[in-house]
Design a protein around this ligand. Sequence first.
Ligand SMILES: *Cc1c(COP(=O)(O)O)cnc(C)c1O
Length: 400
Amino acid sequence: MEGRCRPKQRRKVSPMQNKYRLMSPGPTPIPPEVSAAGALPIIHHRTPEFGEVFTRVNENLKRVFLTENDIFTYASSGTGAFEGALQNLFSPGDKVLVVNNGNFGGRWAKMGRAFGLEVTELTYEWGQKADNEEVAEALAADPQIKGAVCVLSETSTGTVNDIRGFAKATENVLTIVDAVSGLGCCELRTDEWGVDVVVAGSQKALMTPPGLGFVSVSERAWKAHEESRMPRYYFDWTAAKKAYRKDPPQTPWTPAVSVILQLDLALRQILEEGLENVLERHVLLGRAARAGVKGMGLRLFGPDEDMNAAVTAAWVPEGVDGKQLVRMVFREHGIQVAGGQGPMEGRIFRIGHCGYFDAYDIIATVAALELALESLGYPVELGRGVGAAQRVFSKSGVAA
Ligand SMILES: *Cc1c(COP(=O)(O)O)cnc(C)c1O
């Protein structure tokens, strides 16, 4: 890591050797115990030893998804698990509603069309929240729509959608939620709210390396699966279910053994902290990041709400090159924040705080942003953003 993470063009005048801090909304940093687990010998996946780990992982996933439904784990990224959901739920020509208020909502609309679905897209400006009344109206206007898709935490903008309201608005059709960056940092009560299918991934708030995709499947989703005629093989839920029903449970194909061993430790850490405490910590991290951004004199991108606990996005100020800002924060301060995606490239930057993050990660990031903005000629009063972020934690008593 040393060589790779050391800034490439170190300034001769700077004696500083920076630590590497990954402040992106995926992949995210992982706890040392989770790193260490990745170095353990590979165990065979058809053994009682792996079965013991996998049984615990499946039970603990249910505690984080807050569901009694089946949850399948794939050796894929979140996009793969989502592709599997479309293949298993629908037939070519089926109608689905997709809420698109950012890069990922837009991806699911495109993916639906790629699989021959008739997609009704409900589009909002990036940074805006979905309007669940409009979702209900769109469904009422077309009773043939079979399922509705919404993103919990739209990582491209930092905006978190109201999934409780979305599930209510979509109660008569299949409710499908992309919780890839939201699961484990934003409230999502799968069973209580009636979400049929939740898709997630290992590399965001679950504090695990990239490589695993998850999908939870309700009883109603199973019924839809039985009728669905979309071609599928690798992601076939029937194949997964058959393997999961073995004792101990298995996966139909070779699982990503090492990443599952790592996930085991990460989930135990989340449950030890307590899911509610984890969510509360993320609310504070989001509040502090937004306070820091405003304290520096920058404008937030998206609503200033506690719900937005996964990612904080801000406008790059006028006269500053957004890409240069992100590069400078990394090269000169060792902190990797994310730039904007798609139409927001160069115009916004994003601070990820979903997963293994604490108060000092936010404070350090705001401090580095202040220094970088200053050296890019933007008038910033050093310490204003940092102080605003600190005060969020001091009020709560978290960082005494
Ligand atoms: C990261 C992310 C994805 C895509 O996940 P991959 O693991 O990169 O395929 C999908 N949706 C959201 C909201 C994400 O943040």
